[in-house]
Design a protein around this ligand. Structure first.
Ligand SMILES: Cc1cc2nc3c(=O)[nH]c(=O)nc-3n(C[C@H](O)[C@H](O)[C@H](O)COP(=O)(O)O)c2cc1C
Length: 413
């Protein structure tokens, strides 16, 4: 397993919590009129006996607090390792902007470091100083003007920080001379034997990090992002505290499940305080370490109940990233069952992610109530217009950007 997020074994997943269909989160606004004759049509007055008619599908809007996504397709956060001193630039604008033009409902900016040493690589985007705000604001403005909702993932890589870009091998940058920096974590346990030993955070450090997350959220809001996602997955700092494999502490932040959850819950609480009530907060988790004695779905369900009580709106359900030797049964939608269980048992909206490439399958995840949102990663790298093409594949007229629509609708015969 690499240090990096892009490994499919470090992948993630999200829809309306059970029993909430027809609520604000599942607006009655039907797009049935865009469906071909014979396709499922939603009605305003569903009763128990006609449950086979889906009330929401992939193209249904999703209302979260005061924000409405135009459909259930999210661009999953993906590091591009192309920033300089944390600054996003034209590449990020065009990269993210083209997925907004391409019809996604939510476009999430890659893992963006809350402190300089929280970057996975020197090329990660950052949000640790006010100067980072303006280039991010340009992205948020453009994404929003295209009808998508701009989101950003706030991250700290913990012991998996200080690595090279994947196309340079992705290995740990072990010394300052190599361009690396000291890494931190819950305990002095490196990810790979031979990686630099993380410096364990003191309780005072933890307090400072909680504040750093709060300051990062303030900057993200100033940049105009409407959805903030806390990265608590893939073996990075938050996940390192959750997992008994990486957290061997004996103080109030280690040992029992309650103690291991303490820091991530403090951060979630701080973020919720910083974010106005009309904007949603997401948390990405790894539902399991896929390793004996590690973090697992039962602990995830307990964590997600706590997150819900703190006002988290959606859990983006990924897996893996803590145990380098984990054996992960990677296959189409392999993490979606975790999103379904968490949705059902923690009664929180979830996002499904991981090898979701086919529009019909993505639609089925939503219509069958396994998740409220699908996060698409690599397939959106392959095809920025995936969401528009999905509309076509599902028998709808694509909602082209206004600049294109009048021109492309008529084809030569
Ligand atoms: C190039 C690349 C970069 C990634 N960076 C991030 C990241 O910044 N944050 C994150 O949570 N996941 C990251 N991931 C994981 C994706 O968001 C997604 O969960 C994973 O690729 C599985 O979805 P997919 O099969 O649709 O690609 C990355 C994946 C790729 C391919």
């Amino acid at each position: 397993m690499s240090h990096h997020d892009e490994n499919p074994r470090g992948a993630a997943a999200a829809s309306d919590p059970p029993g909430k269909a027809g609520s604000a989160a599942a607006p009655a606004a039907s797009n049935g009129d865009r469906r071909p004759a014979g396709a499922a049509i939603r009605t305003q007055c569903q009763s128990e006996h006609d449950r086979e008619v889906p009330e929401v599908d992939l193209m249904s809007p999703l209302a979260l607090r005061g924000v409405t996504l135009r459909n259930r397709i999210a661009m999953s956060p993906m590091c591009m390792y192309s920033a300089h001193d944390g600054f996003a630039d034209d590449f990020h604008l065009v990269h993210l902007g083209s997925r907004a033009v391409g019809g996604a409902g939510l476009v999430v900016v890659e893992a963006t470091a809350i402190t300089a040493e929280g970057r996975i690589s020197p090329g990660d985007t950052g949000i640790w100083k006010d100067e980072h705000i303006e280039p991010l604001a340009r992205i948020a403005r453009f994404v929003e003007r295209q009808g998508a909702v701009p989101g950003i993932q706030l991250a700290h890589a913990g012991r998996k920080a200080s690595c090279d870009a994947p196309w340079k091998g992705g290995g740990s940058l072990k010394t300052a001379a190599a361009g690396g920096w000291p890494v931190v974590g819950p305990s002095p346990l490196p990810f790979y034997a031979g990686d630099p030993v993380p410096v364990p955070l003191s309780e005072t450090d933890i307090e400072a990090y909680v504040e750093a997350w709060g300051a990062a959220a303030r900057r993200a809001l100033a940049a105009g992002f409407k959805v903030i996602e806390l990265h608590a997955a893939h073996g990075y700092l938050m996940h390192e505290f959750l997992s008994p494999l990486s957290n061997h502490r004996t103080d109030g932040y280690g040992g029992s499940l309650e103690n291991r959850m303490r820091f991530p819950l403090e951060v979630a609480r701080r973020l919720r305080e910083a974010i106005p009530p009309e904007l949603p907060l997401f948390v990405r988790i790894s539902a399991t370490d896929w390793a004996d004695g590690g973090w697992d779905v039962e602990q995830s369900i307990i964590l997600c109940r706590e997150l819900k009580s703190l006002g988290v709106d959606l859990v983006d359900v990924s897996s893996g990233g803590t145990a380098p030797d984990a054996r992960i049964p990677v296959a189409r939608g392999y993490q979606v069952p975790f999103a379904r269980r968490i949705r059902e048992e923690a009664h929180i909206r979830t996002g499904g992610v991981g090898l979701i490439t086919d529009p019909q399958y993505a639609d089925e995840i939503i219509t069958s109530g396994q998740a409220d949102l699908v996060f698409i990663g690599r397939e959106l790298l392959r095809e920025p217009y995936w969401a528009l093409k999905a509309q076509q594949a599902l028998g709808m007229e694509p909602e082209w950007p206004i600049q294109y629509g009048y021109a492309v609708k008529r084809r030569a015969r």
